[in-house]
Design a protein around this ligand. Structure first.
Ligand SMILES: CC(C)(COP(=O)(O)OP(=O)(O)OC[C@H]1O[C@@H](n2cnc3c(N)ncnc32)[C@H](O)[C@@H]1OP(=O)(O)O)[C@@H](O)C(=O)NCCC(=O)NCCS
Length: 207
């Protein structure tokens, strides 16, 4: 990632223009074009049909947390919100997975295993794979709205830490225990602390 500064002007401008975290939860951000129950069925298929898999429960509660934002009038939403808050805490306590409903989550996201996962991203794309002990979040306490963007088909190794307003480009692999502080271009393999591009999946070698 030598050619990618920590906060390129374009990304910084996008981060500044983006709504703050609390405003992003005002409406349902479940993926368009698919109903709530069909989405849950698809998420279960993504988790090999295993109802008891912790990753499936974390995603199901996330979908529910977004679905209830579409309930009108707002007074009717109240019992669903109470239930969501309980379920969200239950997932944190029992599965060790924190996935706020304000994260824009794509389709067919697979959470492998469980434990030690804080998935506080701006967005997580379609067909992303996440594993145990992974952290997405802010890089500094005085930059609470600078969250990572994980594009489609990214595969993240266990223990990875991805922080700040960085973008992990689509079709990339992030190595186990990598600490990603800069943008990762699409189709790359990034590993190490701090993470660097160790190779491109299109065959172009990067030092
Ligand atoms: C990053 C990863 C996908 C790369 O796999 P790959 O494409 O086969 O890449 P290579 O093994 O050819 O490694 C390329 C280089 O990166 C290094 N590298 C690979 N993974 C690394 C890692 N996690 N941390 C630091 N360096 C790493 C290799 O040592 C190699 O360096 P070299 O060129 O100096 O010899 C893989 O190593 C990895 O970390 N996968 C995560 C798997 C995981 O989390 N499993 C848990 C399942 S529960």
């Amino acid at each position: 990632m030598t050619a990618h500064p920590a906060h390129p002007p374009a990304d910084l401008a996008a981060a500044v223009a983006a709504p703050p975290a609390h405003a992003r939860g005002g409406v349902s951000q479940n993926p368009p074009g698919i109903g709530f129950l069909a989405l849950l069925a698809e998420d279960r298929r993504t988790h090999d049909g295993k109802w008891l898999e912790q990753g499936f429960w974390a995603i199901a509660v996330h979908r529910f947390g977004n679905w209830r934002m579409g309930v009108r009038p707002r007074l009717l939403r109240l019992p669903f919100s109470v239930l969501y808050k309980f379920l969200n805490k239950w997932v944190e306590w029992t599965c060790g997975i924190t996935l706020p409903y304000t994260v824009k989550l794509g389709r067919r996201v697979r959470i492998w295993h469980h434990g030690g996962m804080i998935l506080h991203a701006r967005s997580i794309g379609d067909d992303v794979h996440v594993r145990q002990n992974t952290t997405f979040g802010v890089a500094r306490r005085d930059r609470l709205d600078e969250l990572p963007t994980i594009e489609d088909r990214v595969d993240i190794g266990c223990g990875a830490v991805i922080v700040g307003a960085v973008t992990v480009g689509h079709d990339s692999l992030i190595g186990a225990n990598a600490v990603v502080l800069d943008d990762v271009p699409p189709h790359s393999v990034a590993a190490g602390v701090p993470a660097k591009v160790v190779k491109m999946l299109d065959g172009v070698a990067h030092g």
